[in-house]
Design a protein around this ligand. Structure first.
Ligand code: HSE
Length: 297
């Protein structure tokens, strides 16, 4: 196959925002760029050392996604040379697998001229990932609230969430499966009802960009925080510091091991510096939501 090269840019994302478990995703201003060329076999290379361990052939998740989408649409899968640059911390709760899946869907869409709609891309990504939160935000940008049951999907896209963000990133990775294995099989009705109420208010507040309310609701989750928070050094001390400093709220980023802190817009650098001083175990990164999802250059 002979085709002109192109690039796909995909944002990182944070999932859940507390009680929006497996449903809410927010795209972050950290990006992966995949430069795509035709080639006689699959070859994937990463400029970032952190990604060295990742498969560099058709077992790579971006490549596997391209192949899966091609097969689903009855097309001959291409073989490609992918050169990847990324400043998204890997395995740290910023949806790096969803970012790879979103890239693979868009690459297949371009190379095979599938003309997929946003909805088809989100459905495809959710089926591959198993939940919709990170992948919908990685594809569409902004904030996305999804209902996905494996067969059908409904989502609401909030295009321009406006907030400052600090993420605290620990040195070690935490595989999502390990973090999910900590969750109980059952939740009592009262706990589930309260968590659901906080998730409902959180979604409504997201729709009107009311980050004071979002921050409060983020901290009321009972779906996963109680079972995961012991993994985070200084969890309660960080939450207390965030309150003292005037942050909107703090929660686990996705399945962890990083923490997500919402702060007044424009104050993210100041908060990041202060939290870096108070909690040097974590790398502190200031960012904002990404309004762009997966784009092609
Ligand atoms: N909603 C997911 C979780 C995000 O918290 O396990 C990680 O993929």
């Amino acid at each position: 196959m002979n085709m002109p090269g192109f690039s796909v840019v995909v944002p990182a994302s944070t999932a859940n925002l507390g009680p929006g478990f497996d449903s809410v995703g927010l795209a972050l201003g950290l990006y992966m760029t995949v430069n795509v060329r035709s080639n006689s076999s699959w070859k994937v290379s990463y400029s970032n050392e952190e990604y060295n361990e990742i498969a560099n052939d058709e077992q790579n998740l971006i490549a596997k996604t391209v192949i899966a989408v091609a097969e689903k649409y009855g097309k001959q899968p291409p073989t490609l040379l992918l050169s990847v640059e990324s400043n998204i911390p890997l395995g740290k709760g910023f949806g790096s697998s969803a970012t790879a899946i979103a890239a693979g869907i868009e690459i297949a869409n371009q190379v095979l001229e599938l003309r997929l709609s946003d909805r088809e891309k989100v459905m495809e990504g959710s089926q591959i990932e198993g939940h919709a939160d990170n992948v919908s935000a990685a594809l569409l940008g902004g904030a996305v609230i999804s209902y996905f049951d494996g067969e059908s999907i409904d989502y609401i896209h909030i295009e321009k969430p406006s907030v400052g963000i600090v993420v605290l990133v620990p040195p070690e990775v935490l595989p999502t499966e390990d973090s999910r294995s900590l969750l109980p099989d059952k939740l009592c009705h009262k706990e589930a009802t309260r968590s659901s109420a906080s998730g409902c208010v959180l979604s409504a507040a997201l729709a009107i960009n009311d980050w004071k309310t979002i921050g409060r609701m983020m901290e009321k989750d009972r779906f996963h925080e109680p079972y995961r928070k012991h993994l985070f050094p200084s969890f309660e001390a960080i939450r207390q510091s965030c309150k003292e400093l005037g942050a909107y709220g703090m929660t686990i980023s996705g399945a962890g091991p990083s923490l997500f802190i919402a702060v007044p817009i424009g104050k993210e650098d100041e908060f990041a510096d202060e939290l870096a001083m108070r909690f040097p175990f974590y790398r502190s990164i200031a960012t904002q939501p990404s309004e762009t999802g997966t784009i092609v250059n």
